[in-house]
Design a protein around this ligand. Structure first.
Ligand code: FAD
Length: 481
């Protein structure tokens, strides 16, 4: 379109999942050119593909980010359509000669972005992608033999001492273009406030925007991080950072989390190292999604394709799992937390996932899709990785086949039953010693709690029996596609 940079041609800053002014390399690079910047959000197929909760959360995040941009003299232009065509139209309308964005790593986004980059460059447009979403580009971490990591601990050892540059300061002023091009109305989209159903229930549980995320990180590093290693597994206690929803839409950066965690570690806060390790679990999930993208929807270890799963997704047991009515108190509390809050504690994510796969013998993909529909912190890499890890089809390095016992997990991590009582009112009358097995007590069902749909002891044996059918094939190694 044009070869040389024009003095005052705007730069399009294509906003995706990086809803923040600080530590945002793409936005900062655009701002530093000393030219007008045109922030744009495109509702394309990648957005339409999202489940209801992440769509809603993204929409609310965009409303906040639009306000934040207005605070620095700019605003968001909203458009819907295929990304390349929409960018073309905006380039034409605004006279822009550059498009900057932050990299995404799921295979569909990678394909879309590389296609767009090539086509824009052919037109003489400076199309540049930037980091900011991850601490380590997934291809930058290699084993000694040049491969990728398949197990978390060696991955952690490989990155734990790497220097992470300090986060970039926030953008305080953006030069506005002479005219902002026409924008669609975000509130008219089925996104954020435009979505009515269910939103009022989940709304009190989300903390929106960059400022809230920074406050959350600072508060966490001030207090809860000290006991994080001890309390992060107790779902009745709000002992974790709660930053996953902010990380999912980029309202905070992993650099900011890493450096805050490091400072807490230097201050002698005991749990800080565990927090840093969790941030690196997220990195590991992205590393695997980059190197083995089939992790998103196929068994990471392909031998599991031959496992005799139950195929009937219409089975009433599946509905009971989704509604938190399995009769297994710790599982039901967790599923109800998900429905009410759009979030579930990490410990219980593993317990409900194990229950679906190893007690009901259903494929992990069913649960992965349900989470993708209901989690406000939905993240493609972490969700698929978490499901595959728990199912046994993924990267769990345990030498034995791990089957979570939902009753023992409840006793261990919800000793007093407080988590169960919070979400399962039918069981509030039971004591700590009764609440995990209501079927053993006369008044266990007196307040309408459903009877258990399966006996864990029986289904554990059934799961191990089914495992024998594929074990001979040793389905250990992942395929690389
Ligand atoms: P904290 O304990 O405060 O941890 C800090 C951050 O570290 C988190 O925000 C997250 O970014 C990262 N982190 C922590 N644990 C993990 C982990 N196991 N894997 C990857 N990153 C981690 N996380 C998501 O962000 N989105 C998902 O869609 C998602 N789906 C999951 C599904 C299953 C079946 C399982 C077992 C885990 C899933 N996780 C997912 C990981 C984890 O449960 C959440 O990141 C965590 O519960 C978020 O709460 P928090 O922000 O308070 O975490």
């Amino acid at each position: 379109m044009r070869g040389n940079v024009q003095q005052n041609a705007p730069i399009i800053y294509w906003v995706r999942r990086d809803l923040r002014l600080s530590d945002n390399p793409a936005l900062r690079a655009a701002a530093e050119q000393g030219r007008p910047v045109l922030p744009v959000f495109i509702r394309d197929a990648a957005v339409d593909r999202l489940g209801a909760a992440p769509k809603w959360r993204l929409g609310l995040g965009l409303e906040q980010f639009d306000q934040a941009l207005q605070g620095v003299g700019s605003r968001l232009t909203f458009r819907s359509g295929a990304a390349l065509e929409t960018l073309h139209a905006l380039i034409k309308e605004s006279g822009a000669d550059a498009v900057f964005w932050a990299r995404e790593y799921d295979p569909k986004s990678v394909q879309r972005d590389s296609d767009i980059k090539g086509k824009l460059k052919d037109l003489g447009i400076n199309a540049s992608s930037f980091g900011g979403k991850l601490l380590h580009e997934p291809w930058s971490v290699e084993t000694k033999t040049g491969g990728y990591y398949k197990v978390y601990t060696p991955f952690w050892n490989a990155v734990k001492n790497r220097d992470i540059p300090a986060p970039l300061p926030g953008v305080v002023k953006l030069q506005a273009p002479a005219n902002f091009p026409p924008s669609e109305n975000l509130s008219g989209w089925s996104l954020g406030s435009g979505m009515q159903r269910g939103a009022a229930v989940v709304r009190p549980y989300v903390r929106l925007g960059e400022e809230a995320a920074q406050t959350r990180l600072a508060d966490f590093c001030q207090s809860d991080i000290a006991s994080y290693n001890r309390l992060r597994d107790v779902p009745a206690v709000l002992g974790t950072s709660g930053l996953s929803e902010n990380l999912a839409v980029g309202e905070i950066s992993p650099y900011q989390c890493w450096h805050a965690g490091l400072r807490a570690l230097q201050d002698g806060k005991e749990g800080a190292e565990t927090f840093l390790k969790e941030i690196v679990w997220r990195e590991f999930a992205y590393h695997l999604m980059h190197h083995t993208p089939h992790i998103l929807d196929q068994n990471w270890k392909p031998g599991w394709d031959r496992f005799p799963w139950n195929k009937d997704e219409q089975n009433p047991a599946v509905l009971a799992w989704k509604q938190g009515r399995t009769g297994m108190p710790f599982v039901d509390a967790a599923m109800r937390q998900l429905i009410v809050e759009g979030w579930m504690h990490n410990r219980t994510r593993m317990v409900v996932a194990s229950f679906l796969v190893k007690d009901l013998h259903l494929e992990w993909q069913l649960g992965e899709r349900f989470f993708a529909e209901h989690l406000t912190d939905y993240d493609p890499a972490s969700n698929a990785h978490g499901w595959q890890w728990t199912a046994g089809t993924g990267t769990d390095a345990s030498p034995y086949y791990r089957v979570f016992n939902p009753i023992e997990q409840g006793r261990r991590f919800d000793e007093n039953g407080d988590y169960i009582r919070k979400y399962v009112p039918e069981l509030v009358h039971l004591s700590a010693s009764e609440i995990h097995e209501p079927w053993l007590f006369l008044d266990g069902y007196s307040h309408g709690y459903p009877e258990r749909i399966v006996d864990h002891a029986v289904e554990r044996i059934e799961s191990l029996e089914r495992l024998k059918e594929i074990k001979a094939d040793k389905p250990e190694q992942p395929i690389q596609k």
